[in-house]
Design a protein around this ligand. Structure first.
Ligand code: PLP
Length: 387
């Protein structure tokens, strides 16, 4: 039998061994690590909400109202008013008929795809879809097809071949397109209007993961679908409440019937203790904050930070989201650069295989509304002098 040490050695030889980074204190714009202060360009807390006083107060209030734990699955005795209010808030703000919430985005992806899809169905994913979506697609038993990143012509070819093959495709079979609004490791965005048109043309369903769109796009911060006025054309609006919303949780905003189906079929929802009610309570407060005037001001600050950093890094960069990839290629060089930055007080993680394809190692820079102009300049200068 193989020993864990052998597997770890093999990972180490390929520079693919990962280990946990132990922070000395909270996750914030600056963080302490081994006694050193680092400016954080690594987290997905795009609006700085994880340290917002109103959300801390809401979390505490949620505990005082409901206690700490839910005690059981939502389907047993864990369905508390906070969970219902969160789902009503999501549906209201997302402008959908209903919504269902999960403990986190990973559970949400896996639960949703395995609930919606079965053998005989087809799921068509963008090649750069998040691991949780790929895992859910594989576990569902449906036929999994992948189109090259944002490649509309290839997506259409796949839709054509699936829908024209009516003899092998029972009438009730589902065809589901899965993509992200903002891609987590590249920061680019999907051509959502064109994908919606294809979905209409071929009678498919569409799930859009807004993990990195929520809080960043849209007049009320609800994501790229809101910004592009495509809300009603998307069947499943997915997102996480752990990134820009600063709490934790996953959600699907959808029709009431699909919500009911997910409650009945999503195993990660059914066979798991409901998330702490205070989490749901605070997440609802976070969504209200994102959609408020204060949230809009934070979004404006975020975008002004994004433009400042992009123009200081390289005038040819047109940033499309709060994620800027600094491409390196070679894994060791990316790790070396990340370590150099760390010595300069900057936390910018190297992202490598298998999170991204081989030979596309990069630094993944994430920007927050809470960064100061001086912190952004510090990063731009450190990168300029290292290349
Ligand atoms: C982070 C992420 C998830 C998972 O969400 P969690 O709440 O962190 O589990 C799903 N999809 C995408 C695109 C993500 O970036």
């Amino acid at each position: 039998m193989r020993q864990p040490e052998q597997e770890l050695d093999a990972l180490r030889e390929q520079s693919l061994l990962r280990s946990l980074r132990q922070l000395d204190g909270p996750q914030d714009t600056t963080m302490s690590w081994h006694g050193e202060q680092l400016v954080n360009f690594a987290s997905n807390d795009y609006l700085g909400l994880a340290q917002h006083p109103a959300l801390k107060a809401a979390f505490i209030q949620g505990i005082e109202k409901f206690g700490t734990g839910s005690g059981a699955s939502r389907l047993v005795t864990g369905n508390l008013p906070a969970h219902r209010q969160l789902e009503e808030t999501i549906a209201e703000l997302k402008n959908t008929e209903a919504a269902i919430s999960f403990a986190n985005g990973y559970n949400c992806s896996v639960g949703t795809l395995t609930a919606l899809l079965q053998k005989g169905d087809t799921v068509i994913l963008d090649k750069l879809s998040h691991a949780s979506l790929i895992d859910g697609a594989r576990m569902s038993g449906a036929t999994v097809r992948v189109f090259p990143h944002n490649h509309l012509a290839k997506l259409e070819k796949l839709l054509q071949s699936v829908t024209s093959n009516a003899s092998s495709q029972p009438a009730e079979a589902r065809v589901l397109i899965v993509t992200e609004s903002v891609f987590s490791m590249d920061g680019d965005i999907a051509p959502l209007a064109e994908i919606c048109a294809l979905k209409e043309k071929y009678g498919a369903l569409l799930l859009v993961d807004e993990a990195h769109g929520l809080g960043v796009f849209g007049s009320t911060g609800m994501g790229l679908a809101e910004q592009l006025d495509l809300t009603s054309q998307i069947d499943f609006h997915m997102g996480t409440l752990g990134k820009a919303a600063g709490i934790a949780g996953g959600y699907i905003a959808c029709s009431a019937s699909y919500r009911q189906l997910l409650i009945n079929r999503a195993r990660s929802f059914i066979y798991s203790t409901a998330p702490p009610p205070a989490q749901a309570y605070a997440a609802a407060a976070a969504l209200r904050l994102i959609s408020s005037n204060e949230g809009r001001e934070m979004r404006e600050k975020l975008w002004s930070n994004i433009h400042q950093l992009a123009s200081q890094l390289d005038h040819s960069i047109t940033p499309t989201s709060a994620i800027i990839p600094w491409m390196i290629g070679d894994t060791d060089s990316a790790i070396q650069l990340s370590e150099n930055l760390q010595q300069n007080g900057l936390l910018v993680p190297a992202i490598r295989y298998p999170t991204v394809p081989k030979n596309t190692a990069r630094l993944r820079i994430t920007i927050s509304a809470s960064h100061t102009p001086a912190q952004l300049s510090q990063l731009a200068q450190a990168l300029a002098s290292s290349s």
